[in-house]
Design a protein around this ligand. Structure first.
Ligand code: SAM
Length: 268
């Protein structure tokens, strides 16, 4: 049985995580890192962006991720600079106190099944005046194409019986006001919070890669089903997505992939 979680994706993620790379660049602009900032990259994945951050500051940079496989990959690829380190830990279990000037969190917040303790621990980890920036897919219709594919998993006779046992791990709020309130509740001053709709055109294979690098670690992960997934289920679901993409593709074999995302900048 194929095991689906972020650890199993560590090797291919840098290639397929196209969206996370794009949004990571936007979030870096919002973060405005300078000279000697001490930075925590939360949900750092295989560490590519963490390593970029370490080139932008001489201060301590720590990449944290709950997935052991992601951290192993990050350590193997990017260890070297003495001010850069990686740690396998759940965001809700952070135990830093007044350590960082910046917490950077790109495309990871939607996976925090327990976001409240994570936000609390982030507030503690920041120095007074420290900044937290997040970017994450937002709203229950965060990506209409993926939502439509998942509706297909629910209705297709080959997958419907198993899909009934899926319990979503995702954390989405439906408005900028709710994201603002979540951070305000734990002591943050929110300087900026906006939901943005973005649409980009990708080939069918690129969209399949984007799905595999992120969303399917939820939708097709044994951990979120209370019955055993049989071996053909994952491939049938991927096939449902691929057929949907084929039905939407233009003559250039590309589809428009739309996402709603939250961008937030908050201060301790
Ligand atoms: C889509 S990846 C994003 C990786 C990286 N930030 C990027 O922009 O490419 C999401 C990452 O969040 C991590 N993650 C999920 N839940 C987490 C948690 N509770 N605490 C820390 N990391 C978590 C996953 O293991 C995964 O590596």
């Amino acid at each position: 049985m194929e095991r689906l979680d972020f650890s199993s994706k560590a090797a291919s993620y840098e290639e397929t995580g196209l969206i996370q790379k794009m949004t990571g660049r936007i979030l870096l602009d919002l973060a405005d890192i300078s000279g000697s900032d001490r930075v925590l990259d939360l949900g750092c994945g295989p560490g590519g962006t963490t390593a970029r951050i370490a080139q932008m500051t001489s201060g301590r940079v720590v990449g944290v991720d709950v997935s052991e496989g992601m951290i192993e990959k990050a350590v193997a690829t990017y260890s070297g600079p003495p001010h850069l380190s990686f740690l396998a830990r759940d965001a809700a279990q952070l135990d830093y106190l007044n350590e960082f000037d910046l917490i950077f969190c790109n495309s990871a917040f939607q996976w925090f099944t327990d976001p409240e303790p994570a936000v609390r621990q982030c507030w503690k980890a920041l120095k007074p005046g420290g900044i937290m920036v997040i970017q994450a897919p937002a709203t229950s219709r965060y990506c209409p194409l993926f939502i439509e594919a998942v509706a297909g998993f629910a209705s297709n006779p080959e997958t419907a019986v198993i899909f009934k046992h899926f319990k979503s791990p995702y954390f989405f709020l439906d408005s900028a006001r709710e994201y603002r309130e979540l951070f305000t509740r734990f002591g943050f001053m929110v300087d900026y919070c906006e939901l943005k709709q973005e649409s980009n055109r990708f080939t069918i294979d690129e969209v399949m890669g984007i799905f595999k690098s992120g969303a399917e670690n939820g939708y097709l992960n044994q951990a979120y089903y209370d019955i055993a997934l049989d071996s053909s289920y994952i491939e049938t679901c991927r096939g449902i997505l691929r057929s949907l993409l084929q039905s939407k593709a233009d003559s250039d074999n590309k589809v428009a992939l739309e996402f709603t995302r939250v961008y937030l900048k908050a201060r301790k």
